[in-house]
Design a protein around this ligand. Structure first.
Ligand code: 5GP
Length: 190
């Protein structure tokens, strides 16, 4: 997606050979025009599928997921990273190791918002080692629902998550796929 790749080149900050900071449009400040285009692009790529629910993880997946939900007319559910006091049982949950924060989060979704007849698309801001996606897939499986596929805003293709999950049969559509962050430069796969 050219608009997104241009934005990454203009505003992305390469923090190391493995971490990209995009807090001017996705991870802190949000560019709603770009996120709207992202939502439309996901919808186009999955136009061959019936989708009843969009699932993401707080917080940075929420913006792209919501714009997709708007196009599809489908509800958006975000997995929470902390159990709130009012949400103690009636939960699907899984453990996710965070690549950027080096911590394990228990993520959870209320059983009220995912059911066995749902056809779910999973959205996230980044795909690195695939831990977040695996945790979200586990939650969909606990609900007995069907995973239609995943939509990723920025995949870092030099890490292993995308390849592993595709080999397991998961459909993943990523809108920008980074080949390298070496020498402070962002290089994309074609
Ligand atoms: P994974 O679970 O695939 O290893 O990592 C994906 C998750 O880690 C995403 O939800 C994202 O929040 C975070 N993440 C991974 N790599 C990066 C990165 O380079 N930049 C930012 N901003 N977040 C990242």
């Amino acid at each position: 997606m050219k608009l997104l790749k241009d934005k990454i080149q203009q505003e992305g900050k390469v923090l190391s050979d493995v971490v990209l900071k995009v807090d001017s449009f996705l991870n802190h400040q949000i560019d709603p025009m770009l996120m709207q285009a992202v939502g439309e692009e996901f919808a186009n790529r999955y136009s061959d599928e019936i989708i009843t629910k969009v699932l993401t993880i707080e917080s940075s997946g929420i913006a792209p997921a919501t714009f997709l939900g708007l196009v599809l007319g489908a509800p958006v559910v975000f997995a929470r990273k902390r159990k709130s006091l009012t949400l103690t049982d009636n939960l699907y949950s899984s453990k996710v190791y965070s690549f950027t924060k080096n911590e394990v989060n228990e993520i959870s979704v209320s059983k009220n918002f995912l059911s066995a007849d749902d056809r779910v698309i999973i959205i996230d801001d980044f795909l690195a080692n695939g831990e977040a996606l695996k945790g979200l897939i586990e939650i969909v499986q606990q609900a007995g629902a069907h995973v239609v596929g995943a939509g990723i805003v920025i995949e870092k293709g030099f890490q292993q998550g995308g390849q592993q999950l595709r080999e397991q049969g998961l459909r993943i559509e990523s809108l920008a796929n980074i080949k390298s962050l070496a020498n402070g430069k962002v290089e994309f796969f074609d």
